[in-house]
Write a protein that binds this ligand. Structure first.
Ligand code: NAD
Length: 400
């Protein structure tokens, strides 16, 4: 409520813009629609996400992490939204499910998914060899063709080693890009775009997807593609350490919940509680979710709950937004808003920096001999980790 009208209202609570949208015309752009007509409820949260992204998160001194869960790539979100965000430098690192990476590959292979309906006899679909993700239909052969391609790629010598999921996805992205080129198609696979722009893509549960199943199958006969999940944990926290100590700020942009959300957010407890670094939580946070907070699950946990875990900087609560809605509606609106307003940055290309960032993190941690030896005192640790937050000068927080 910062834009109080000149005529002083009776109460400070009445300083917000008056709700008086003009009738919608056929000439409104998406961003005009959002700015003018998204006045309340989750629509207002969408507007706040757009403003937060455009005015603060997209600043050059912010490292932007993104998590997304749910069946987004089958719905075409990779092509419509993720590729524009990657190309515009508006996402620096990604955590998602293996499913989203797997289903992304269909598009790189030129295989089609179709608009369908949830009101269908699934027995008939089964007889027709058609599989369904709610109202998306795909030929069962699409899965098999993708598996055949994936097995062929994973059987290459380059995959015969243990690697973090960032490297697995980078290498798959190289081949997805090659396949697109071979087919004369472009801008289909977000993995290919992430590889081109060196955006590291992590998955929090690499065994829990058809990529994991294919890796596991080959692993029976040769040592192919073991995932180094511990390196994933260290790479992601090293990125956030870099954000907080060298770049400036860290943004957590969260679409849906699930383990990708935690994998992105847990970087802060890793840095503070486990590695013992005196830093604050993520600076900017928004999430779009269908999950409720009152069941205790992380998918619905709010930014203020995350503050208590050190995941979000308590001073930055005004820069957090929770929108209860379907990502497939909201992400295209937010991306359209950013594109229409020509918000873009130089790609940060973190993929190639991972070794260096890991080394910086390791060097700092080696200084914490008390932690490494297990001799740190409980009370001193609590005081150390909380003192820089409690003893901050009054003007340190930023207001929206
Ligand atoms: N073939 C495959 O590889 C395959 C297919 C499907 C799922 N899986 C695996 O299953 C696991 C879970 O999958 P998931 O992410 O689809 O499911 P999920 O239902 O666990 O999604 C996680 C959370 O995100 C939120 N969410 C999901 N969709 C949303 C939307 N459209 N809008 C807003 N919020 C939304 C929900 O709150 C949910 O709790 C993953 O590890 C995935 O890899 C694999």
């Amino acid at each position: 409520m910062t834009d109080c009208p000149k005529s002083k209202p009776r109460s400070g609570h009445l300083c917000g813009k008056t709700i008086a949208p003009e009738p919608i015309t056929g000439r409104l752009s998406v961003s005009e629609l959002i700015d003018r007509c998204f006045t309340a409820y989750n629509a207002a949260r969408v507007r706040e996400i757009c403003e937060l992204y455009a005015k603060k998160i997209a600043r050059p001194d912010v490292v932007i992490g993104m998590s997304f869960a749910g069946a987004l790539t089958p719905a075409g979100i990779g092509m419509s939204c993720l590729i524009p965000l990657i190309e515009r430098g508006l996402v620096d690192w990604i955590v998602t499910t293996g499913a989203n990476c797997y289903h992304d590959l269909h598009f790189a292979l030129g295989l089609d998914l179709h608009r369908g309906t949830p009101f269908v006899d699934d027995n008939k679909l089964f007889d027709d060899e058609v599989v369904r993700i709610y109202d998306i239909f795909m030929d069962f052969r699409t899965l098999l063709q993708t598996d055949i391609w994936l097995t062929k790629i994973l059987a290459r010598d380059e995959f015969e080693k243990t690697m973090p999921s960032s490297e697995m996805h980078y290498r798959l992205g190289v081949h997805a890009a090659g396949k697109q080129k071979e087919l004369g198609i472009e801008n289909k696979s977000f993995l290919a775009a992430a590889t081109e722009y060196e955006v590291p893509v992590y998955t929090s549960s690499p065994g829990d997807s058809t990529i994991g199943l294919n890796v596991a199958a080959l692993n029976v006969v040769k040592k192919t593609g073991n995932f180094d999940v511990i390196r994933d944990v260290n790479e992601t926290s090293a990125i956030v350490l870099h954000a907080k100590t060298e770049v400036g700020k860290s943004a957590a942009t969260i679409w849906g919940g699930g383990s990708p959300k935690n994998f992105l957010l847990q970087t802060e407890p890793q840095l503070q509680e486990i590695l013992g670094f005196q830093i604050k939580g993520h600076d900017y946070f928004f999430q779009v979710t269908d999950a409720r907070p009152d069941t205790g699950g992380l998918s619905g946990a709010t930014p203020s709950e995350a503050v208590s875990w050190g995941k979000v900087d308590p001073d930055m609560i005004p820069d957090t937004v929770v929108c209860y809605a379907d990502t497939t509606i909201i992400m295209p609106l937010v991306v359209a808003y950013l594109v229409e307003n020509d918000i873009r940055r130089e790609p940060r290309r973190l993929y190639g920096m991972r070794d260096e960032l890991l080394e910086i993190q390791a060097r700092k941690f080696r200084e914490r001999e008390d932690i490494i030896r297990g001799t740190r005192s409980l009370s001193e640790t609590v005081d150390f980790l909380r003192s820089h937050i409690k003893d901050k000068p009054d003007n340190e927080g930023e207001q929206k």
